[in-house]
Design a protein around this ligand. Structure first.
Ligand code: NAD
Length: 341
């Protein structure tokens, strides 16, 4: 699109702190004059029979039509007869890869200063296939499904991502020494794809060794690609390396190029409605969305303003040891945007 035509994107403010941090994103986008027009969709209070969940069919259609969206945390109401909100999104939109950039935030001290890695998690199968049953009393079985199709798809995405972002190395994380068939197939697919990318170094790292290396020296890694369960665990480990869930963004990639960015954390009911939430994770997720749209100037501008505000240390939310409210922190980011331009 030309810069004058706004790009439509779906926004799910979500539950709990979701609306507060979504408001922060809207405000920062307005200040930065990002050419995005939000189509807001809310989680319904009744089950939509077309989705079997509280998410409406219209909201899913909106993401399909726009191809991009941003999602706040969603708390699935307890009760029978409906699907989890996050699972509905993942299945209906075929969100096959979860991409989590993990970068040290300058000025916010953790054990490491120079973490700069990306985890790419297969999002549709593995141990999350929902195939568990009791064989006989006292014995249960869970099926781990690995398919060539899903493995090739996520490996392709990882190498494509590495190339597009000037990254040098892709590490496939596995336990193929024990899970010979399943992880073995996953690795075979990664190797096949690696051959098509001779400029990118490819390596295979066993998951246990990977954990040890990550906590000892995360700089050893660049892009990591892995099956579902390993991705779940490793991506949280990586979030811990840079200061926790309030800071980590992610982006879900779906079939046909759909990108649905989301903060990794939940709806934080303990602080909802108190103007205390840290909007950084959702803001950085919105930056990931802008990068997906190749609006790199706006993405850089917003990212710099967030990092600058955190580094200055004057306005920080309680989770980062400060006392600023969500709105004060957001205002400080907007001011840092304005000063830059
Ligand atoms: P949570 O991430 O909501 O909260 C864990 C702790 O982190 C809380 O103390 C909370 O106050 C704090 N926290 C989280 N995000 C923060 C932020 N941005 N700023 C400051 N503090 C923050 O996890 P939970 O309590 O286990 O889950 C609450 C609800 O969220 C549940 O209903 C769960 O199902 C849902 N959930 C949704 C998603 C999602 O939509 N992707 C992910 C995880 C949990």
């Amino acid at each position: 699109s030309s810069p004058s035509t706004p790009i439509r994107a779906t926004l799910f403010p979500g539950d709990g702190i979701g609306p507060e941090i979504a408001e922060s994103v809207k405000q920062v986008f307005r200040s930065a004059e990002v050419p995005i027009e939000w189509e807001e969709h809310f989680v319904g209070d009744q089950i939509d029979p077309r989705t079997q969940s509280f998410l409406t069919w219209e909201s899913l259609e909106s993401v399909r039509r726009n191809g991009v969206g941003l999602k706040g945390p969603m708390a699935t109401p307890i009760g029978k007869g409906h699907r989890s909100l996050n699972l509905t999104l993942r299945k209906e939109l075929n969100l096959f890869a979860n991409v989590r950039p993990c970068n040290s935030l300058p000025g916010y001290k953790t054990r490491y200063d120079d973490v700069n890695l990306i985890t790419i998690r297969e999002n549709t199968e593995g141990e999350y296939s929902g195939l568990e049953h009791q064989v006989v009393r006292g014995v249960v079985e869970s099926l781990k499904i690995i398919t060539r199709q899903a493995s090739l798809r996520v490996a392709e995405y990882a190498f494509h991502y590495a190339k597009a972002h000037g990254r040098e190395r892709v590490s496939a994380i596995h336990k193929a020494n024990i899970m010979q068939k399943t992880d073995g197939l996953f690795l075979k697919c990664c190797r096949e794809v690696a051959e098509k990318y001779p400029d990118i170094t490819y390596e295979e790292v066993v998951i246990d060794n990977c954990c040890m290396m990550l906590v000892k020296n995360p700089v050893l890694f660049d892009v990591l690609v892995m099956p579902n369960l390993y991705g779940d665990i490793i991506s949280d480990l990586c979030a811990g390396l840079i200061g926790g869930l309030g800071l980590t963004p992610s982006c879900n990639i779906g079939e046909g190029g759909i990108a649905l960015a989301e903060a990794v954390h939940g709806s934080a009911p303990d602080i909802a409605g108190k103007n205390m939430a840290n909007p950084t994770a959702l803001l950085l997720s919105s930056v990931a969305m802008l990068r997906h749209l190749e609006l790199h100037d706006k993405a850089d501008q917003i990212q710099d303003a967030i990092l600058k505000t955190i580094a200055e240390g004057k306005y920080r939310t309680a989770d980062l040891g400060g006392s600023a409210s969500t709105t004060d922190f957001t205002k400080a980011i907007c001011e840092n945007l304005i000063r830059r331009t």
